[in-house]
Design a protein around this ligand. Structure first.
Ligand SMILES: [Zn+2]
Length: 86
């Protein structure tokens, strides 16, 4: 799973570095991390026998949408700005 992973791994800017792309990628990574944290909490709640598991469905659904939005914003920027790597 994703526990113990750092949310951010700042990279040294290189030539052609796009600040906006990096910002959008950071938001995407943060959204992934939030989803991971929630999944970890849900796992713990199942193990602990928490009776209120449904709340995680709502939170995970929200986190999923947030992640998707962040991902599409990032992809859309790279396509429009032609600042993809390679
Ligand atoms: Zn760009």
């Amino acid at each position: 799973m994703c526990q113990g992973e750092p949310a951010f791994q700042p990279h040294i800017p290189k030539i052609g570095f796009c600040e906006e792309k990096n910002r959008l990628r950071g938001k995407f990574l943060q959204a992934i991390h939030e989803q991971c944290v929630l999944q970890g909490r849900q796992t713990k709640a199942v193990i602990d026998g928490d009776p209120d598991l449904n709340r995680f469905d709502i939170l995970l659904d929200r986190a999923q949408h947030k992640k998707d939005r962040a991902k599409y914003a990032w992809i859309a920027h790279v396509e429009a700005h032609q600042c993809g790597e390679g």
